[in-house]
Design a protein around this ligand. Sequence first.
Ligand SMILES: Nc1ncnc2c1ncn2[C@@H]1O[C@H](COP(=O)(O)OP(=O)(O)OP(=O)(O)O)[C@@H](O)[C@H]1O
Ligand SMILES: [Mg+2]
Length: 439
Amino acid sequence: MKILTPGLRGSPVISYAGLLEKIEILRSTLRWAPTLARPEIEKLLRQANAVRDEVMQLSHKERFVEAAAAESVRVERTPGARRRALLERSFVFEGAFGDNPQLLEALEIAEKAAPTDLPVLIDGESGTGKELMAKVIHANGSRSDKPYISVNCGAIPDNLLESELFGHRKGAFTGAVSDRKGKFESAHTGTIFLDEIGELPLSGQVKLLRVLESHEIQRVGSDEPIAVDTRIVAATNRNLRRLSEEGRFREDLFYRLGVIHVTLPPLRERRDEIPLLFAFFGDEAAAALKRRPVRMTPRLREFLLRYPYPGNIRELRNIIYRISCLAGETADLQHLPADIRPDATQSAPANAAAALPAASDASAATAASISLSDAKRAASDEAERLFLERGLQQVGGTVAELARRCDMNRSHLQTLLKKHGIRSKDFRHRPPSRGDDGR
Ligand SMILES: Nc1ncnc2c1ncn2[C@@H]1O[C@H](COP(=O)(O)OP(=O)(O)OP(=O)(O)O)[C@@H](O)[C@H]1O
Ligand SMILES: [Mg+2]
């Protein structure tokens, strides 16, 4: 019986012709086999799995090529078109993203990197979505149905690091009562996410570098090398280049990990995404808390649109969950955490002038740096939002009616509502009956 060479997934060139040949060999093996013993069935199953993996790799490669081909026209495309193109290519992303060019850039890099096995280094401030991005890279790659193992390098005591990453043999040290697999072995054929890589001590860095070079690990207390096929995605909120200049992070490891570099912008640099995130987390919190999505008073909304979010998306998410839990139908400033709550008497008045940064405590930090054109745009956005909210209030949330009254195209009006994260349903007049689940 002709058996295919094992380890197909590592084969350098995958082509349709090669795949068809392998499928034919499998078919003729099955056709001519008088009987099949269990070990042979297992072997054939492994071969079938390998062929399936190759098909997946091939389809991901095609997407990669498509994405690369789209690159040449990208410069001319609007952010909206770039966003739609990502979604049309079935880009898997378990979150919300809008038209922010910096974020789109990061997502497009991730999309292209995903089908390859190249190491990816993600950096960004705390709470910007690095872990989410690592999962996105895994989910969009050919290993998506293989293990995804996350390791927080900053949370492992130095003396346990090697055993945690590479495993150990029974008796290798006190407490090693049995053989144990490490994270790299668990992630074999899949992806290992090395979070907070900047916290890895120098001794761990040397060992990691060796694995990257040899694709082999050794369990603590064993001389036997074990081959591991693991895609590496690392993340840090520190400046690894600076750390390596200071001698605190190995430069060779920095270059090895960062073949592809993805930088996630802080939320204050993608403020245009904030209304979208309000709606996203508002719905998520409503589902988790089994309630209607919370509404915000205009002054709370204004505050949150201008708040600097030092904890980035995580902080915004926590705030929305908090107000969804504490408020009734509508949340106001008093539902904010005490440490960020502005003095209600100083809160921004509900008019377009309030869009100026000096209008609230939260924006004071940016007041000095804002340009006139930014200020004008903010004021105009704010006027637009208030206009839409008041209009919807007057027509009881009926978009068609508001469009008619303002002599406006309905789909344009829908686009504007989406831009501001305004839900017409929130303005519907409803009796406070219990059975009403309209939003
Ligand atoms: N674009 C997004 N849409 C929806 N949710 C998001 C988005 N980006 C991040 N999040 C959510 O924000 C939270 C923080 O993200 P994540 O844990 O990935 O950040 P991080 O950069 O790894 O943070 P840290 O450096 O503190 O570990 C998570 O709940 C994540 O799901
Ligand atoms: Mg993280």
